[in-house]
Ligand binder design. Sequence first.
Ligand code: SF4
Ligand code: SF4
Length: 65
Amino acid sequence: MRQVGSIDVVRCMMCRTCVALCPGEAIDFDKVGYCYKVNEEKCIGCGKCIKFCPYGATSLEQRED
Ligand code: SF4
Ligand code: SF4
């Protein structure tokens, strides 16, 4: 099991704090959905996006290896 970041698109205010802080450059802008999404292939599960999101829009989820 590993942990990956996840963004609640309803709560996300698109402030880009997580984009700037993410050490894996794992947060991409989805032009189709017009929202930010975590690229789970790049995410290292560090939790910075959870700690620093001002709107509580991020969480960690479990994934099978
Ligand atoms: S820090 Fe939170 S509100 Fe800002 S872009 Fe990231 S998920 Fe959205
Ligand atoms: S958990 Fe860390 S690596 Fe993954 S998206 Fe959030 S800040 Fe980036």
